[in-house]
Design a protein around this ligand. Structure first.
Ligand SMILES: [Zn+2]
Length: 461
């Protein structure tokens, strides 16, 4: 009965929120969804994490949105490259299951995306992206979007301002009765952190010295054992680019009715700045600065709160479908779990562990004596206290265990000190990795599931 009332509320549309509240005893289902990804933005460089003292306000607009939203303090990405991470967000599947394990990977035809599901439900759908790895021809991630603006010409990236301008024009062209799903991907904080001068100067020291050189080989620094100079200056620029994206949000958010639209802002992965040997980089490591991401959910009529339990990006698809009142299509089996039960504080934990994978760069860990097999990914499992990272070796795997309670920076391997923890986490990790399929799904889609999906138009013949 309650479900029927909620469905009626959805169909009835705007302007009767109060009536629905009275009739249903609960607020109407939100009509629309806006999903914004901030590429390469780590959790601990935003106002929501407490960053921003000493005049370094990277996210004033996101802060205002967060003050009326649900903020997740322990959200984790499944992969540290753009394409695979977005594929997990869009499918609710881990990378070794959806299959996009690197940036040049096309999503398999039988992987159903959030945009496809919502479009089938009558949503208008549009995606606007700013980086080459999100182009549909390289990723397959445009699937389900009526409009997917990914034409970068000869460029590998465009300013998020351009993408947002197009998104705003699309929003203004919608008819009021239409439900919509808008996806916006901002790439400005991705290296090499080049922006208009006044942004570069925003957080620079009063006496920056000689002109700061462009990063010579972003994501390849130190490969030739060159020391990284100007370290803090590059971090200043990274922060400036986050502010640049925040200013884009300042232009976009007034175009959205937050009373009937879910707005999700998150990152696809973070960034190692200067804390590692391989500085200014992401994609081949699984330390927290790369997998711990910001996640802000503005949900109409929901009480603002902070959520401490673990959530993963694979949880987004089932969560958003539930919040939008859209049933999961038959045959679609996301591996993530809806975190809707966390939103009113009604549940303590959703996951005991979070998992991630990354591509393997054999040369990177040679200094540790590791001989790595680049055919297999790095894998990690993280509990509240410990994180285990498994590096795939040619002859044997290499394990690193970090005690996050004593060593948040993940600098001291404590495998030898806690062998039981190491072994049990290894077992958890391998069991998770072997479970390539969503619960209840066959080795490939069963004939029945495939038929159902074909009938619904999700899968081609
Ligand atoms: Zn990315």
């Amino acid at each position: 009965m309650m479900r029927m009332n909620r469905a009626l509320c959805v169909r009835a549309g705007l302007g009767i929120a109060a009536a629905c509240l009275l009739a249903c005893g609960r607020p109407p289902v939100p009509r629309n969804l806006v999903l914004i990804t901030l590429d390469t933005v780590r959790y601990d460089h935003l106002g929501i994490s407490g960053y921003g003292g000493y005049g370094r306000d990277t996210t004033p607009t996101l802060q205002r949105l967060a003050s009326r939203s649900i903020v997740f303090d322990n959200a984790f990405a499944q992969q540290t490259n753009t394409n695979p991470s977005h594929a997990s967000i869009f499918t609710g599947l881990y990378p070794h299951v959806h299959g996009n394990q690197g940036n040049a990977a096309l999503l398999a035809p039988d992987r159903v995306t959030l945009a496809q599901i919502l479009r089938r439900q009558g949503f208008r759908t549009a995606g606007f992206v700013s980086g080459v790895t999100m182009e549909d021809r390289f990723s397959g991630l445009g699937r389900g979007f009526e409009v997917y603006e990914d034409k970068l010409g000869r460029k590998v990236r465009i300013s998020g301002r351009i993408a947002a301008r197009k998104a705003i024009a699309w929003l203004r062209g919608l008819r009021p009765a239409e439900r919509y799903f808008l996806f916006l991907h901002l790439y400005d904080a991705h290296g090499p952190y080049v922006a208009p001068r006044h942004y570069h100067e925003l957080f620079a020291s009063a006496d920056p010295g000689p002109e700061l050189p462009r990063i010579p080989h972003y994501q390849q620094l130190l490969h030739d054992n060159q020391p990284l100079t100007h370290q803090s200056d590059y971090v200043d620029r990274y922060d400036a680019m986050i502010r640049y994206e925040d200013d884009i949000l300042w232009r976009l958010l007034p175009e959205i009715n937050l009373e009937d639209t879910i707005v999700v802002v998150l990152a696809d992965h973070g960034e190692t700045l200067t804390e590692r040997y391989h500085a200014l980089d992401h994609g081949a490591q699984l330390y927290d600065e790369q997998i711990h991401i910001p996640l802000v959910l503005s949900l109409p009529h929901a009480r603002p709160r902070r959520i401490a339990p673990f959530v993963e990006t694979v949880d987004l698809l089932p969560t958003l479908l539930e919040l939008l009142g859209v049933p999961t299509p038959p045959g679609v089996r996301p591996q993530g779990r809806s975190f809707a039960p966390l939103l009113d504080g009604g549940r303590q934990e959703l996951h005991t562990f979070v998992f991630a994978t990354a591509r393997t760069e054999p040369s990177w860990f040679a200094d540790r004596g590791y001989e790595l097999d680049d055919k297999r990914p790095l894998k990690s499992v993280r509990s509240r206290r410990f994180k285990l990272i498994v590096y795939p070796g040619v002859a044997r795997d290499y394990l690193e265990l970090y005690d996050l309670a004593a060593d948040r920076g993940e600098t001291r391997d404590v495998s030898a000190r806690y062998p039981k923890v190491r072994d049990s986490l290894r077992e958890v990790l391998e069991r998770w990795y072997a479970r390539r399929l969503a619960p209840g799904e066959g080795a490939t889609l069963s004939a029945e599931a495939r038929e159902k999906l074909q009938a619904l138009g999700y899968v081609g013949n």
